[in-house]
Design a protein around this ligand. Structure first.
Ligand code: SME
Length: 138
């Protein structure tokens, strides 16, 4: 994605705003497809730094969403076998793809330390957030 430092700053602010205002959002980040490579790259986040700044397509919850183009809600990360653990505190995860002109270009990823916290409302809210972000990055 383009846009330079002002886009980077705005996306980081969105991550921080979400993390600070929703008590069960403990880590919030945007991954984007990395050029022509079959991988996602972490672009902006709020919360603890993660080692997983590059995720191959198909790997983990994020990598699966890169190929499925569908929301992925995980109420209990321990029940997933294709899962990449970032922190032992994380209990649940939601990943919502981000579309620009109908193309899946990346995703918002949220980890929660609360078990099974995500509802259909979170999905709808994060789809709305991604529509706004698509206008910033698209
Ligand atoms: N848990 C993710 C990896 C990214 S971290 O949550 C920041 C996954 O399984 O794809």
């Amino acid at each position: 994605i383009g846009g330079g430092t002002s886009v980077d700053k705005r996306l980081t602010e969105i991550c921080e705003l979400l993390r600070e205002n929703v008590d069960y959002y403990d880590w919030v980040g945007f991954y984007f497809k990395n050029g022509n490579r079959e991988e996602l790259k972490l672009h902006s986040f709020a919360g603890e730094p993660t080692d997983h700044t590059i995720i191959p397509f198909g790997k983990g919850i994020c990598g699966q969403v890169a190929v499925s183009n569908q929301n992925f809600v995980v109420p209990d990360v321990k029940a997933q076998d294709n899962y990449i653990a970032c922190s032992i505190n994380v209990k649940a995860e939601i990943v919502v793809p981000l579309f620009v002109d109908g193309e899946n270009i990346g995703q918002i990823d949220i980890d929660s330390n609360t078990p099974d916290p995500f509802s259909k409302e979170d999905e709808e809210f994060l789809e709305w957030v991604n529509e706004k972000v698509a206008r910033i990055v698209g």
